[in-house]
Design a protein around this ligand. Structure first.
Ligand SMILES: *[C@@H]1O[C@H](CO)[C@@H](O)[C@H](O)[C@H]1NC(C)=O
Ligand SMILES: *[C@@H]1O[C@H](CO)[C@@H](O)[C@H](O)[C@H]1NC(C)=O
Ligand SMILES: *[C@@H]1O[C@H](CO)[C@@H](O)[C@H](O)[C@H]1NC(C)=O
Ligand SMILES: *[C@@H]1O[C@H](CO)[C@@H](O)[C@H](O)[C@H]1NC(C)=O
Length: 513
């Protein structure tokens, strides 16, 4: 009797596993959360006050999680710093931290809350996941004591990490990721000694996870896709929009397309800090997105995704290196985009073919505008160089953009509205990298789902006239191997540092916590 029962239940569970494994699609949710900030962040508060603040944020996250689960979501992502906010010191963040164990310990905090000490936040997240039968992704702070036997142990005797956690639909801790690429000003946290490449398998594909500024670097982001072959990236972020190329919805949807993965981006909502822009992005087009500088409310997004999205292979240099440079009827001029000096040409006619080059990168554009307005200037730009402000990363960028004013010196300044639609565009470049992220951003910072495609020979091509006026059409290339290159010149260093000092203090240009 018992063996039969065992057999039956074994057969049943095999059946279940097979059935569960056959999920071709799943429903994803991301929540843009208007985080409640503590009134005091520069001095430590009591553990009780810290927990009370975190519970107020968790109350809001609970609303989003239960609503997402009721609508059939399998997984929900909540933002970086979504439970306690931003701008702490090492000391003042401490009362908010919990010891987060390695998921190998096989722990359901909801069932066994005190197994690893006092962990009320992990307990509550685990219960929300279990009781709603949904995967919950959240960002909290981890603390790990260390001592003099470890030469890298900080003077206060502990490591503090910006940490993503994932609880599965039974409430079990299945992933813990310590942020690798901390943004400037995140002095409350330590960088892990080794890059953590964190994945987990589900019935609806393989997942990888990283945080905010990590998206600009090779490790762990590219490694997760290229070596670990994840299908979907989970991306809690606290992203401050920077136009023309680094607004959240624009860059994150472009990363999904360039890397060929699903990308679930959950941003904080705080228009005063220029934080908004969340979305559910598939490699072929954004399924849903949210950008809202007008209201103070959070927003829940849901969309269905393929569990194993198809990833076409693109040769990013093939077309551009096969054609002759278009004639350059315009005079070149220099312009600055987020502290980087580009070479531009102005698009003077309603239609045309232009080439512009900097160092090894030549960018080709064919375009036709719907009308050539006298009150707007568009330019084609190329940049091939090391970006050194608020992070050090080598870029190759081809960009068509709307200049802020009709004065060409304004080309590259942030502009968020435009009036010119394009009948067609085709942009390509002689990239020295396979990591190129295609961006199309329309007036008022909106995406253009299904309006363009990338061809296998590396052209970013319109499929139809644009539905709204164009802010930018850009191929954003990352040359990870050159991040260690020496700075361009002492002039540029001095210039950048000045920019840094004048700009950072009012948080006017910062990107990402
Ligand atoms: C502190 O160091 C001792 C040995 O020097 C070691 O046994 C102990 O585990 C260390 N404690 C922590 C928290 O690392
Ligand atoms: C991409 O295309 C160029 C030009 O056609 C060719 O030289 C290069 O080998 C191709 N790269 C890859 C990785 O196939
Ligand atoms: C641009 O180039 C294409 C072929 O590459 C040509 O058909 C078209 O006439 C050109 N347009 C202009 C305005 O020169
Ligand atoms: C390059 O510039 C950055 C700041 O712009 C500076 O921190 C760094 O030390 C410089 N590196 C070299 C090798 O000069």
């Amino acid at each position: 009797m018992i063996p039969t029962q065992l057999l039956v239940s074994a057969a049943f569970s095999v059946f279940c596993v097979l059935k569960v494994n056959s999920l071709d699609t799943f429903t994803a949710a991301v929540y843009e959360h208007a985080v409640i900030l503590p009134s005091v962040t520069l001095h430590p508060v009591s553990p009780e006050e810290a927990l009370a603040l975190m519970n107020r944020n968790l109350d809001l996250l609970e609303g989003a999680i239960t609503s997402a689960a009721k609508q059939g979501a399998h997984i929900i992502v909540t933002p970086e710093d979504g439970i306690y906010g931003v701008s702490f010191t090492r000391k003042s963040i401490y009362p908010y931290l919990e010891d987060i164990p390695d998921p190998q310990v096989n722990w359901i905090p909801c069932n066994n809350p005190n197994r690893f000490g006092h962990a009320p936040v992990q307990e509550r997240l685990s219960c929300l996941a279990r009781d709603n039968a949904i995967y919950v992704v959240a960002n909290i702070g981890d603390k790990k004591p260390c001592n003099a036997s470890d030469p890298q142990c900080p003077p206060d005797g502990r490591y503090q990490y910006n940490t993503n956690v994932v609880f599965d639909s039974q409430g079990k801790l299945v992933a813990r990721y310590h942020k690798q690429n901390l943004f400037m000003g995140e002095e409350q946290f330590d960088t892990p000694k080794e890059v953590e490449v964190v994945t987990f398998d589900t019935a609806f594909g393989k997942f990888g996870i990283f945080t905010c500024f990590d998206v600009l670097f090779h490790d762990p982001a590219v490694t997760l896709v290229k070596d670990r072959h994840v299908n979907t990236i989970l991306f809690p972020t606290a992203w401050m929009n920077v136009l023309p190329h680094l607004s959240a919805i624009e860059f994150h949807s472009a990363w999904a397309m360039g890397m060929g993965v699903n990308f679930l981006a959950s941003n904080l909502h705080n228009p005063l800090l220029r934080m908004t822009g969340s979305g559910i992005y598939a490699p072929d087009f954004p399924k849903t997105f949210h950008y809202d500088m007008k209201t103070k409310e959070g927003k829940l997004l849901l969309a269905q995704l393929d569990s194993h999205p198809y990833h076409p292979i693109v040769n990013w240099t093939s077309y551009a290196s096969s054609i002759e440079a278009f004639s350059m009827r315009n005079q070149e001029f220099k312009g600055t985009v987020f502290h980087d000096e580009y070479i531009f040409v102005e698009l003077k006619e309603i239609t045309g073919n232009y080439t512009v080059c900097q160092k090894d990168l030549c960018c080709h554009l064919s375009y036709q505008m719907s009308e050539k307005r006298s009150d707007e200037v568009y330019a084609l730009g190329a940049f091939d160089g090391l970006h050194t402000v608020e992070g050090r990363y080598y870029l190759q960028i081809c960009t068509l953009l709307k200049c802020k004013t009709t004065v060409v010196q304004s080309c590259g300044d942030s502009a968020d509205t435009a009036a010119t639609k394009f009948e067609m565009f085709s942009l390509s470049g002689t990239f020295g990298t396979q990591y190129v992220f295609p961006e199309v951003l329309l007036s008022e910072v909106q995406l253009a789902p299904r309006e363009f495609q990338v061809t296998s020979d590396g052209r970013l091509l319109s499929l139809q006239p644009t539905s709204s006026p164009v802010l930018t059409v850009t191929l954003f290339g990352r040359v990870y191997g050159k991040d260690g290159a020496p700075n361009a010149s002492s002039y540029l260093v001095a210039h950048s540092l000045t920019g840094l000092l004048t700009v950072i203090i009012p948080i006017a240009y910062s990107l990402c916590w």
